[in-house]
Design a protein around this ligand. Structure first.
Ligand code: PAF
Length: 288
């Protein structure tokens, strides 16, 4: 699919994307990138709306990045819905949808040069999914080099991801601003995720445990760290279908666990398995 769909041009190669962006830049346009793995939902569309506010030309990349999936993870079952994704983007002011193949992105195979996410990359999500953040940073680094956007827009739902992307951009002097968009939720609080489509009705109800845990943690925040951890974990007590992976409280500046007695802004990160589906969420709190 290389032809224009509605107002959007779907571009599968790096060379063509660079050529088309060079034309736009020569005419004075600024460029925003929204990196995605497809299976777009309203959360992604909020990123696109923000990108449209920030730049003249919006590029949405759709690439299910094998490097950020470990053995036994859901790479094969990850939803691939390109036609529906392009339709969902129609009319939103997206200029290009970049849809590279794995060979286009990794011409030297998966054992080529990669980025390392360092210590924070091995914690929380990184502890449960070894190598995930190295793979994520590698593809985001490549996308930033390919598109050379003025700004790239990410969702706050993946709080550890956005922390690591911001740090990479700072550490590697990448001349792109990073913008974070608040998590988009269903009316009952469930954070939108491409993986929600795997939940059956019972699991969908059980998945609310994550937001219940975050609300309990927030309510306990004036009492301090121990209460936050206890109340957050207690929310998982009643639900057989949900297995807590981690619930931690981190310093937003370092993403390391906050110390006992800490006060002030913090972020609660939660991850749980609902059936075969892994979900994550987070909330900003103020420790009293
Ligand atoms: O958040 C995601 O969908 C992915 O991790 C990203 C940033 C598109 C990199 O593959």
């Amino acid at each position: 699919m290389t032809e224009s769909v509605f107002d959007i041009r779907v571009v599968p190669t790096i060379a063509e994307l660079r050529e088309r962006l060079a034309e736009r830049r020569a005419a004075g346009a600024s460029v925003a990138l929204v990196p995605t793995m497809g299976a777009l939902h309203a959360g992604h569309l909020a990123l696109v709306a923000r990108a449209r506010e920030l730049a003249d030309v919006v590029v949405v990349s759709i690439f299910v990045n094998p490097l950020q999936f470990g053995p036994g993870e859901d790479l094969d079952r990850y939803p691939r819905t390109l036609e529906a994704d392009v339709s969902a983007l129609a009319g939103l002011g997206v200029a290009f949808v970049f849809t590279p193949s794995v060979a286009e992105m990794y011409p030297n195979g998966p054992t080529g040069t990669t980025l390392s996410a360092g210590e924070v990359g091995s914690l929380y999500e990184g502890a449960s999914r070894p190598g995930h953040f190295d793979g994520m940073l590698t593809v985001v680094g490549k996308l930033l080099n390919i598109v050379r956007p003025d700004v790239a827009v990410f969702g706050q739902k993946d709080a550890q991801q956005i922390f690591l992307v911001r740090r990479m951009v700072e550490d590697l002097d990448v001349p792109t601003a990073i913008d974070a968009v608040p998590t988009v939720r269903e009316a009952d609080g469930l954070a939108l995720s491409s993986r929600n489509r795997f939940l059956d009705p019972g699991q969908r109800a059980a998945a609310l445990t994550l937001i219940e845990a975050l609300r309990a943690a927030d309510a306990a925040a004036p009492e301090g760290l121990a209460e936050v951890l206890a109340e957050g974990a207690a929310a998982f007590g009643d639900h057989d279908e949900v297995t807590l992976d981690y619930l931690v409280v981190v310093d937003p500046e370092t993403f390391l666990p906050v110390a006992d007695g800490a006060r002030g802004p913090a972020v609660v990160l939660v991850a749980a398995r609902v059936g075969a589906t892994r979900l994550i969420d987070n909330a900003a709190i103020t420790l009293g």
